[in-house]
Write a protein that binds this ligand. Structure first.
Ligand SMILES: [Zn+2]
Length: 658
């Protein structure tokens, strides 16, 4: 049908100048390859962004050789649960993560993501960050966009709109659907409604990952619900940051893990992630006020708190939460981590704040203080209410991977949960080296190959020829976390080098200037969608203007122009929108998206240029006039266009000429 368009490129052969065989060789490391196999000694050679050789000894010339003298080389760690959009635009190097060996951050957890996702991912790509970045689409955000924060089931029309938004999120590049059924509005969502949305994500290759409805009294039912959603939704399902909150319920991880084992035994693909701390962190209001008091958003909450009878009711329920659940039985166990209305409260616990307000320190008065904090504008808090026994039991379970639930803090600002600075190295230092609960190889698997497999990141997470060179080099005898609840702004120790996409981003105790992080797009953008579109491999056309016909009848015209050669940059082709004169049935208005896979492009739209690197996106709207220039190594891009609900994609390669 319609369509027009297309592109570009061409270009004859490439002349390689004599360059060393490799860009970088890591020599003499102990390779812990991510699969949990025992470590082995070897050299790792990298060219561009890829691991190109692994051998006992690599002697071919390399631009740079780093002697490791027995340090461990592991795949860069993949953090499946982060809130990195808090901070990534302020600190694009994400030092707190990279210094732990983390090379990929996954956002959009707990049911919360930008909707739509694509502009956000484009913004991240344009920011030039050090680690890679990817996202889920959030059920809570989708529901909020369609229905607001109401406590009722969706109508069929609303459900239809939510399904569309989930589909859109997956097409925008989400890795799957996250939920936060503990939070408003997730908590108002019936299980069956989540299942319907999970089916959409699953049909497009995504997973379901959930901050469960209840991690305290109802933790067993919540694990059952998470399993059910995976089972009925027909997709992999994951309990995220698994824990058991509240002294009264400690020990129940034996039962939650049994439920996971039973589900797996009958074929449900259910897994877990966890951070290695006995305190959680979230907003004081969300954690300590009952969900019904938060329906309808902040204004409605404030109205309820003004009504004396309702306020009294909220106080009773909040006191119960402090006694038996998040409060850990003592107002001292709730500590403010950041507070906008009074930054001096950061670091103080609920007992101290209650006392400061002239009230006796009782659980009831602490509940009153929690309500007061919400009225003043709210605050983030840390909640010490998890047992070490549950933590360890969950950690050693083979279906558990590591995820921080952290963010990208501004160094020195506020008193955040130390998990942002310490999660991965804490596992290696405390639970591998000191407590010997896990082997080094098993711990690394939980941080690399396992999350990569979970997320369908097939070219990362394992040290193997052909994989992307995301690597963490560390000293297993020294690696450790230094961030504490009292002094959280403290970096990991014992990590020597971190590589992202083949570039060294951390060495000699400091971040480098390299910012090679890419946005990693999810399964629906990795394969052709199951629409009536088509997938084309656009072969380099020798000459002329060949036309490719898609299965759906749309036509792609390759417009080839003679390359102009000059300077450092070589102009190799032109992308032009043109009506498909063969069909006459064309339509403008579709947005073309270029997702750069390799190399660099200068993308010049109507005379205005933007530099695009791997993971970055350029968009074009007809009748834009577009030119591309590449750097010396050429560039490869995925070109996607979707007129009238139809999608097709072309992989194009721009190459250097001469
Ligand atoms: Zn969460």
């Amino acid at each position: 049908m319609r369509q027009f368009l297309i592109l570009l490129l061409l270009a004859p052969a490439i002349v390689q100048t004599q360059t060393p065989a490799y860009d970088l060789v890591l020599r003499g490391g102990r390779i812990v390859d991510g699969t949990a196999s025992p470590w082995y000694r070897g050299d790792v050679a990298i060219k561009g962004d890829t691991i190109v050789a692994i051998a006992p000894s690599i002697t071919a010339p390399a631009s740079r050789v780093i002697e490791l003298d027995g340090l461990v080389v592991a795949p860069g760690f993949i953090d499946i649960h982060t809130h990195a959009r808090r901070g990534i635009f302020d600190v694009p190097t994400a030092d707190n993560y990279v210094r732990q060996g983390v090379t990929t951050l996954i956002e959009g957890p707990d049911g919360g993501s930008p909707v739509p996702l694509r502009p956000f991912l484009e913004k991240v790509a344009a920011t030039r960050i050090s680690p890679n970045f990817a996202s889920f689409v959030g059920q809570g955000s989708v529901r909020s966009a369609v229905m607001g924060e109401v406590d009722r089931a969706a109508t069929p029309a609303e459900l239809g709109k939510m399904r569309d938004l989930v589909r859109q999120g997956m097409e925008d590049g989400a890795l799957g659907l996250s939920s936060g059924l503990f939070y408003v509005p997730g908590t108002f969502t019936p299980t069956a409604e989540v299942v319907e949305l999970a089916k959409v994500a699953g049909s497009m290759g995504g997973i379901y990952i959930s901050h469960m409805r209840d991690e305290a009294k109802g933790v067993l039912d919540s694990v059952r619900e998470t399993i059910t959603i995976g089972e009925q939704g027909g997709l992999p399902t994951q309990v995220t940051h698994h824990k058991v909150i509240g002294r009264k319920y400690w020990g129940r991880s034996s039962d939650t893990l049994r439920l996971i084992d039973e589900a797996r035994a009958r074929g449900v693909d259910a897994t877990i992630d966890q951070y290695p701390y006995t305190a959680s962190a979230t907003s004081i209001g969300a954690a300590l006020l009952p969900a019904w008091a938060q329906e309808g958003g902040r204004e409605s909450t404030l109205k309820r708190l003004k009504d004396p009878a309702t306020r009294a009711k909220i106080q009773v329920e909040s006191a119960a939460i402090i006694r038996d659940e998040r409060g850990g039985g003592d107002p001292k166990n709730v500590v403010v981590s950041s507070c906008q209305f009074d930054p001096s409260l950061a670091g103080k616990n609920l007992a101290e704040i209650t006392q400061g307000r002239g009230l006796a320190v009782t659980i009831e008065n602490a509940a009153e203080t929690a309500m007061w904090i919400v009225e003043q504008g709210g605050a983030q808090g840390i909640f010490h209410a998890i047992s070490e026994d549950d933590l360890q039991r969950i950690l050693v379970h083979p279906a558990t991977m590591i995820g921080s639930d952290g963010e990208v803090p501004i160094f020195g600002k506020n008193v955040p949960h130390p998990r942002s600075y310490g999660t991965f190295v804490r596992v290696l230092g405390v639970y591998v080296r000191e407590k010997k609960l896990l082997s080094l190889e098993e711990a690394v698997r939980k941080m690399s190959a396992f999350p990569a497999q979970r997320l369908g990141l097939t070219d990362r997470g394992v040290i193997r020829q052909g994989m992307k060179a995301d690597l963490a080099v560390f000293d297993p005898a020294r690696v450790r976390d230094t961030a504490t609840f009292e002094k959280p702004h403290s970096y990991a120790e014992g990590v020597s080098y971190v590589l992202v996409n083949g570039e060294v981003v951390f060495e000699n105790g400091a971040m480098t200037a390299a910012r090679p992080g890419r946005v990693l797009y999810g399964p629906a953008t990795r394969q052709a969608p199951a629409t009536n579109g088509a997938s084309h491999e656009a072969h380099q056309a020798p000459s002329g203007s060949p036309v490719f016909e898609s299965a759906g009848g749309s036509r792609l015209r390759m417009l080839l122009e003679t390359p102009a050669v000059g300077g450092n940059e070589v102009e190799v082709g032109e992308l032009t929108f043109a009506p498909n004169t063969d069909s006459g049935d064309h339509q403008h208005g579709a947005t073309e998206t270029f997702y750069i896979l390799e190399g660099e492009l200068e993308h010049i739209v109507n005379g205005k240029g933007t530099k695009l690197g791997p993971g970055m996106i350029g968009t074009v709207r007809p009748p834009d006039k577009v030119r591309h220039k590449t750097g010396p190594n050429g560039a490869k891009a995925l070109v996607i266009w979707a007129p009238a609900g139809e999608a097709a994609r072309v992989t194009s390669r721009w190459k250097r000429v001469g």
